[in-house]
Each structure stands twice: as structure tokens, then as C-alpha cells.
Ligand binder design. Sequence first.
Ligand SMILES: [Fe+2]
Length: 196
Amino acid sequence: MSFLDKVIAAVTPPESEETRLEARARARAEATAGGWFALVIDHHERIEEAFAAVKSATGAEARRDAQQRLAVLLTGHSNAEESVLYPALADSGHKTHAGMAYEEQAMTKIQMALLENLDPLSHDYLDKLEHIRGAVTHHMYQEESDWFRELQAQVPGSHQAHLAQRFQEEMDRYVGPPGGERGVFFTSTGTQTPAP
Ligand SMILES: [Fe+2]
């Protein structure tokens, strides 16, 4: 296991699946309908589906295609968070959480790039994929159970709509319009649709 694998393995979820499901249900219940937190949770569910699709893909080409869709989702979602939500987190008195969030997503970007160098049908590939999935799962749990609940509670109501609009804009900017060439996009309701 490489140094980077050890680093990412160290953040593999300490919390149980049951704890994560409870946190998601609470976040869903608290998230303002149509707001930025609801969009975040939509994205997280699509990301979980995309990880599962990579793992279950049969054949090298199908797995690479699924990996590409996962990479587009992860990059689009993380860029939007890093451009809009983490600055808001830092600005509302949570610089440590914001710093940790940036660092975890940077590590995921490194690992996703390294994944591209591995044989998609190899054991090493599935091992690295599982490490990335574990780290991303824990990161999403931190956002849903703690960081973003605090942010939603602390940001003034007048600023919430602005954050939602900016977050959606940044996601769309990377993931692209319906029918685009990047293989996946989100509608305003968070629905993932494969491009034709
Ligand atoms: Fe997130």
C-alpha cells in the first residue's frame, strides 16, 4: 500500500452504515426544500450510485466509462462546494472544518487520478476504488451530520437562496448542460441522466 493509500485509508469511515443512514435522514428532514443543502444530498446519492456502477461494471471498457462518469460527478460536486460552500463555512466561524473539507477533497482528486493508471480489471484497481469510496463516504457523512447542518442553521435566510443559486451554477458549469458530451448531468431537481 502506498503512502497516499495509507493516508486515505486512515480516514475510512469510523462510523457505521446505520449511523450514516440516520444522519442522512436527519439531514434530509432539516434541509430546506430546493435549497443548497438538499442539492448537496442529491449529489451525494448520485455519487454513491456512481461508485456502485464502477464496481459492478463488467469488462474494462464499461468500467472505464463508469469511472469517467464518477470522476465528472466528483469533480463537479467538489468544485461547487469548494467555490461556494466551504468559503461560507470558513466565513461563518468554521475555518477548521473548511480546511479539513478542502484537504479531503484534494486527496480524493489525487487518488482518482492514480486510479486512471491502473488496470480496471485488476485487484489493485478495486482496492483503490474501495479506499476512495470509503474516504468519500466519510467526507459526505461529515458534511451531512455536522458541517452543513451548522452552515444552514447559521447563514442568514437572505443569503441562503444566493448560496443555492451559486452552488447550482458552479455544478452546471462543470457537469454541463443536458445532452452534453460529458456523459452525465443534473437537472435542477438533482436527477442524474446519462447523455445520449
Ligand atoms: Fe459533498
